[in-house]
Ligand binder design. Sequence first.
Ligand code: NAD
Ligand code: IPM
Ligand code: MN
Length: 359
Amino acid sequence: SKKQRIAVLAGDGIGKEVMPEGIRVLEAAAKRFDLPLEMQHFDWAHCDYFAQHGQMMPDDWKAQLQGFDAILFGAVGWPATVPDHVSLWGSLLKFRREFDQYINLRPVRLFDGVPCPLAGRKPGDIDYYVVRENTEGEYTALGGIMFEGTDREMVLQEAVFTRKGADRLLKFAFDLAQSRSKKHVTLATKSNGIAISMPWWDKCAEAMAKNYPDVVLDKQHIDILTARFVLQPGRFDVVAATNLFGDILSDLGPATTGTIGLAPSANLNPERNFPSLFEPVHGSAPDIYGQKIANPIAMVWSVALMLDFLGNGQGAWRQAHDAIVDAISQTILSGPRTPDLGGQAKTDDVGQAIAQLLA
Ligand code: NAD
Ligand code: IPM
Ligand code: MN
């Protein structure tokens, strides 16, 4: 069958430490399941490149990446040298928007053996997806600052929601819920305070729900929703959210399952007009970079999501996904653990343990 082509960009900070473990596991899985794939590494989309070139990526970045089936991404950002909005708008946010990766799928799961910060929770009690809108919403560069430095200084920042953008996000969320046993969609809203866009989102969701008679729609304001992520995580199944709300929820959710060092994400263009991008939820973690103690599991799980996507959820690709997730579970339960999970292992100890289980 056709070779799947993967572009690899490690990025900054611990992106450079977890990516080799992701690749180690990817290679082990490819070998064991005989997956036809090839990787190509790109040494840009990081802040050292910016220091040399005054921009995050070469001008022809899009042409260079366009033909790939997937992008495997580490993390970008080094605020000590490049302002975050410059590095992120110059790389990751460009990928998401230019490659129309409008779904950001972020699973949240409590694994057996993880010290859970929520009292009395066991595996199975926390098992949901954040389905985050990934190309519009609150993330814009529309607006400006006026009268700067005077007592009339003001700033305006627009949010943009399109009907197409809302409907395709909601459709994905309802389809996902339909395929699961709970069949439940929570919409993260704020229609009490944000008086135009959020009531509009509520209506879009209600309209979409009509097409899914066996899926329950539960609209929750974002404030109480965050409280329930902590107090009643078992309520959730599929959580649909705008770009900013989804960003916040997808750090909070994994934190309730022990550490954000486990959390993967899939930035999807479901139509496959462009490459989709797979990356940890976390960032470059300047505070621990260099110690080689970053948890590589978020990266490794992202590799699993990538393989599942490349194989359309079928055959050897699906088996490879399942085997990686099993190896992750087993390693969390009885293998080496990085400090964020209470252990003393290094990044590569964990990567090696997972790869060995796959061999
Ligand atoms: P962060 O996710 O990098 O780190 C937050 C905290 O979590 C830190 O204490 C860090 O040590 C810890 N942490 C993160 N990943 C970990 C892992 N794998 N194992 C163990 N501990 C881990 O968030 P931040 O500090 O807000 O951001 C740092 C930089 O990363 C900024 O430049 C930010 O813009 C960028 N960032 C990038 C992405 C991305 O590329 N997708 C995501 C988030 C933040
Ligand atoms: C994430 C990150 C990014 C986001 C930042 C780095 C722009 O936090 O992938 O969750 O907000 O989307
Ligand atoms: Mn985030």
